[in-house]
Design a protein around this ligand. Structure first.
Ligand SMILES: [Zn+2]
Length: 130
């Protein structure tokens, strides 16, 4: 049995749950290399760092605004680099959002109609009783 301890075995992405092979240089990689997941990871990292350094953040924030600024710029920089991709992503989501809203409105109208029917029934009942 020759079972080498190979770090490059498939693992599941923490974000999307898909299997992926970690990068040769980053055997501890937890997120697959899709842009969407990398972006999520970036957000997570920022959040995690902030949570583990709340005082630092507060301190820095009270000291100057540059940390926040740097953060924003990093995010913007990322967006600039992946502008095309994000555009596609947004387009895809717009469609998904539209679909969601359509469904929502359908349900909303149905509920409203049911409510109106109920009201009419009630009014009808009153009239019938004189
Ligand atoms: Zn992923």
């Amino acid at each position: 049995m020759e079972k080498k301890n190979n770090p490059r075995t498939e693992r599941k992405c923490k974000v999307c749950g898909k299997s992926f092979i970690p990068n040769k240089y980053r055997p501890n990689q937890e997120v697959c290399s899709s842009l969407e997941c990398q972006y999520q990871r970036q957000l997570e990292n920022m959040k995690a760092w902030r949570e583990s350094n709340p005082n630092y953040f507060k301190y820095k924030e009270s000291q100057d605004k540059s940390w926040k600024q740097a953060c924003r710029e990093r995010s913007l920089e990322w967006r600039r680099k992946h502008k095309e991709y994000l555009q596609l992503y947004r387009e895809a989501n717009k469609e998904r959002h539209r679909e969601y809203m359509r469904e929502y409105m359908r349900k909303y109208r149905k509920r409203k109609k049911e409510q109106q029917d109920k009201n009419r029934e009630q009014r009808g009942g009153e009239n019938a009783g004189e």
